[in-house]
Design a protein around this ligand. Structure first.
Ligand code: 4AD
Ligand code: MG
Length: 430
């Protein structure tokens, strides 16, 4: 019977066949251990010299790394393995022999592995990270569908910038200028006025000359936008959302978290509500922690975010940033004009900002004033003003960066391992 590694537990005592690759191998005088993988998981296959025909034994001993196979065997319970089973092999058929596979079990440098990303993905660690990424994606859709959000897909090719002009990817759109989307937010605001609560989930492009462990040139962003929702309620939705994602991974990715050696106790704690501090309080905290030269009005860098996060064992919201360091569309605090109703959510353990969000300006006059201050040409943004002309309502939204979230939950140091084919400064291959 044909099955997959993930299903083996349901077939204890039966003889099954799987399609697999040889991940690794070791053998002693009378026994060969074949580490097999099939995409759904990893399992140990055992060949016993005394119990199989001579040709099968010598074939097993000669198998090379990443050779593809049809493997037939009896499923046996094995409490030492993560999967709880191993396969006692009775037959092997080579589909394709792999010769001189470049990624051997020894250590390789990062650049070498990045050059072989198309093969590196087969490793146990990368497999675990991709499975966690998949579960995070699943939990995100689950949360929004269960909470009445409608998925809306904003355009990738746009005629204007949403998050400032310094990181735009330019291209020609026939005779016009166009840019790859930096954020679908402005379109999502239009969609919220049509559908109430909406979310997008798509690729985002930032021509950022930053070479850090948190920055990708192409990343995936989830952007919910909610009509009739103000700042405070948006924060409550964000903390519910992030808790749901973390708890889903804990529940459904136990094997993968173990492969990665993730300290699970740090994740178990991630349940709403999350702490909130204002930008003003954050500045004070930083001064107390020895950042003497930080001044009110400056944006935070990675070391600042990490220092603040250290004081909390959950993600922390930093709210009410100065208006001058935030985007043009953020609504000023009615009690204090120099700060805006916004929040960044900072992940624990030094993973940095995973969400940026705000309540949006809903007043037409104020928005027109911001256009002037920011030198936005009305041509490209006219339609966005219409949202403030015809039945404007209070509304809020936010953007979660998928790869930073995967890095944090997986406990992976650098975002380059959290996306199948990372686009980095100076890397477009493979
Ligand atoms: O804070 P950002 O720039 O916010 C926006 O784009 C808003 N328009 C979102 C909204 O309100 N709808 O980006 C949101 C998140 C960040 O918190 C971060 O997690 C991620 O996107 N992000 C990046 N991830 C990887 N590489 C980069 N270069 C990133 N830039 C932002
Ligand atoms: Mg931000």
């Amino acid at each position: 019977m044909k099955t997959t590694i993930s299903q083996l537990q349901k077939h204890i005592g039966e003889t099954v066949t799987i399609g697999a690759w040889l991940h690794n191998k070791r053998s002693s005088g009378k026994i060969a251990f074949l580490q097999l993988r099939d995409g759904t998981g990893f399992v140990q296959g055992v060949v016993l010299k005394n119990d199989v025909p001579e040709e099968l034994w010598s074939q097993a001993k000669g198998l090379t790394q990443e050779t593809s196979l049809w493997v037939t065997g009896t499923v046996q319970e094995d409490n030492r393995s993560k999967l709880g089973v191993e396969l006692l092999i009775t037959d092997l058929e080579v589909i394709h022999e792999s010769v001189d596979y470049p990624i051997t079990p020894k250590e390789h440098g990062t650049e070498f592995l990045m050059d072989h990303r198309h093969l590196w993905l087969r490793s146990k660690r990368q497999h675990a990270i991709m499975k966690i990424r998949n579960e995070i994606i699943h939990a995100i859709y689950e949360f929004f569908y269960e909470n009445g959000f409608v998925k809306v897909d904003p355009p990738i090719l746009t005629g204007s910038s949403a998050e400032g002009t310094t990181t735009l990817f330019h291209t020609k759109y026939f005779d016009e200028d166009a840019y790859l989307s930096q954020s679908g937010q402005l379109y999502m605001e239009a969609a919220a006025m049509a559908l109430g609560k909406v979310f997008s989930f798509g690729p985002t492009f930032r021509a950022e000359k930053s070479k850090t462990r948190r920055h990708l040139i192409e990343f995936w962003m989830i952007e919910p936008e909610m009509a009739f929702v103000e700042h405070e309620e948006s924060l409550e939705i964000q903390e519910q959302f992030v808790s749901h994602v973390v708890q889903s991974v804990l529940k459904r990715c136990q094997i993968e978290l173990e492969v990665l050696g993730r300290d699970i106790s740090k994740l178990e704690n991630v349940k709403a509500p999350f702490p909130r501090i204002t930008y003003d309080q954050a500045i004070e905290m930083l001064k107390e922690k020895g950042f003497d030269d930080i001044e009110w009005g400056e944006d935070f860098g990675a070391p600042h975010e990490t220092a603040i996060a250290e004081s909390f064992d959950k993600p922390v919201f930093i709210t009410h940033y100065p208006k001058d360091i935030k985007a043009f569309y953020m609504k000023p605090d009615p009690t204090r004009e120099d700060v805006v109703l916004c929040a960044d959510l900072i992940a624990p353990e030094g993973y940095g900002e995973i969400i940026g969000g705000s309540q949006r300006i809903d007043d037409l006059n104020l928005m027109e004033k911001r256009y002037e201050e920011h030198g936005l040409t009305a041509d490209a943004y006219n339609w966005y003003l219409d949202l403030r002309k015809y039945g404007s309502v209070p509304h809020s939204g936010f953007g979660l960066g998928l790869e930073r979230t995967v890095a944090w939950i997986s406990g992976v140091e650098h975002v380059r391992e959290t996306i199948p084919f990372p686009r980095l400064l100076n890397r477009l291959y493979p």
